[in-house]
Design a protein around this ligand. Sequence first.
Ligand code: 8YV
Length: 312
Amino acid sequence: MQPRTLQIGPLTSRFNQRMAGEHGAVALWQQDDAVRFLEAHGADFDILVTSARFGCTRAQLDLLPNLRAICSFGVGYDAIAVDEARRRGIQVSYTPDVLNDCVADLAMGLVIDCARRISAADRFVRAGLWPAGNYPLARKVSGKRLGIVGLGRIGKDVARRAGGFDMQVRYHNRRPDAAIPDGFEPDLLALARWADFLVLSCPGGAATHHLISAPVLDALGPEGILINVARGSVVDEEALVAALLEGRLGGAGLDVFEAEPRVPEALFALDNVVLAPHIGSGTEETRLQMEELVFANLRAFLDKGEVLTPVV
Ligand code: 8YV
């Protein structure tokens, strides 16, 4: 009997139609009451398709007693109850590597936008303010000091890009990375004190929750700029807003937020803050590659009993 697939939330219409057409996936989000549906039919499903955004909670897993695989669209899996999945022997796949370039590109774009105030300058011109006087001087990027929190696949691509701007790069990890032995900074506060830009590219989840605390923000200081392309949960957002409003932090480029898509409205008026709606992997090319990798993982599980890119 064909294993039964449940898709937990809508992705692109192309993805949704393909998953329904190729795998007969049932759309949980189209049910009148998702919990009632899982209580009544959860035992029917072998495979769950989800994303970094929709995840899969422990409570949802408990209502899927016969699940054998979870295939997620995205590289972050902090919204998936991975420990419980492992305990039950459920394979979990994600979509690493295919989105590294786009997320790293966005990180550097936010560095440059924040330092040179490009978005703010665009608003200045559109508001008709240029005839009244020149735009204020901004800050240089090339040759400055860039700190990276989380030197994983994406962090290494950020470091490579920063080298192209002749930037000095140091990083904070749980341990030094053999590929880049120099530049390891075991003390996050010391890295924040050193850096002109602090780029967050670490995983989300309990281990990094509020890792960027008020003391770290104060160490980065009134000349420092925070860039977050990781997860909103990595930053104490209340402390971040206070530091920006009180001028204790020089600026921020943010693609992720603790309660997204809700964003602290106190940030809206700040010209030293760039706000993006979680678009790190949001390009046609990359999202198509992520989609293909989800389908390849699902196909590999069905044909050989093993996903291709498991969360380890
Ligand atoms: C999401 C992301 O995948 O990959 C991740 O972890 O945060 C994004 O690329 C995308 O927003 C769909 O949920």
